[in-house]
Design a protein around this ligand. Sequence first.
Ligand code: GAP
Length: 454
Amino acid sequence: MTAKTMEELVALCKRRGFIFQSNDIYGGLQGLYDYGPLGVELKNNLKKSWWNSMVYERDDIEGLDASILTNPMVLKQSGHEDTFSDPMVDCRDCNSRWRADHLTEGQCLSCKSKNLTEPRPFNLMFKTSVGPVDDGSSFAYLRPETAQQIFINFKNVLDSTPHHLPFGIAQIGKAFRNEITPRNFIFRVREFEQMELEFFVEEGSDEKWHKIWTDLRMTWWLEQGISEENLELLTVPPNDLAHYSKATIDIMYKFPHGLEELEGIANRTDFDLGSHTKGQESFDIQAKVSKNNHSNSKLAVQDINTKKWKIPYVIEPSAGVDRGVLALLNEAYKIETLDNGKERTVLSFKPHLAPIKAAVIPLKRNNEQLVAAATSLKSSLQKKQLGRIIVENSGNIGKSYRRHDEIGTPLCITIDFDSLENNTATIRDRDTMEQKRVLIEEIPQYVADHINNN
Ligand code: GAP
């Protein structure tokens, strides 16, 4: 049986230490969540997998880690100051506020009143003051997408690396949006992480690359263990496109609350590099920077033959880390009925994503020899650099197996008294529940193969 209501996932996440309501002891703060001991591992593993596929496995993409605080000029030029808003309505009866497009029945979701104000735009960007004087004259935005810092670093990266078009810049990091109605757990929050690639291509090849990246991104999600029947591609209708987009394809996932966007792949054309080039030229003129500097500051590439400057087009696959984590949890969550009629809860993560890769369990709690053997095996396993390996000195094997099924640990390794005699230990597989005895010296390679090849 598969049971996946959002409530079940939220309860499991809290109980086992994946995700907690943020600022909880002071009543929480809406739209913010904290990742606990297992959540941080799962999230880091997802980001690592993305970084591997984008940066390490390719030679045409470089990484970046840029600042979160953003000069308002950047977001003026990008169009966010003017257009990055959602339509907001107030309920005149209970004073609650809603995103107009979420009120599909045209009534307040709280008191069901239809006595609503006309929708008006609400800008989603957070502001903060910069420097010691808080008089509003010097402020910065918390970036609403990681993309803009990639665009404004385009020239820095191009000039410091050997790339020509097509090439890309990848970044993972926090983004902030003052969502009118954050909801559905970590699906729509006010502070979240994005994994974004800006892939710069020649104008005219953009549609071809848009298709290539859509296919690559679908394949990647499948490799993370998301099943095909829960994914769909949606071509965003022209009237719903973001201000910078010529075409966007969304990868939609069947979340517990419905089919919603997991990642968007946009053809941003030359919009962003073009408007930052214009922005920079007018900044240079105001700052009286020599005209000769203009070509240096153009966010453009120079044609080797014609020497003409051309602004590249951009294809942008932009995925939400938190939505990725929610999809992984939803996908992995299973309640199975065993042959003996009992139930077990399993998180069947792909091994490379599992928060804990293996648990080494001494059969008897605090037994010096067993704990020493378990600790020694843990350090050999640790040398394989697979991720988190733990020694669990619980003395209750059945309970440990149940816990590790529920948090998705692919392998449990039990050290018993025979282990001290014949140097073997029992390895139990999370998915099949099969157990086999393996020579202790062969276990690190066994575990590495299991984690890397499944
Ligand atoms: N740079 C393009 C961009 O930011 P977007 O569709 O607004 O495009 C990209 O966001 C991805 O970021 C989404 O597909 C989603 O996964 C994630 N995302 C956006 N807003 C979010 C929010 N409030 N909470 C969690 N994830 C969010």
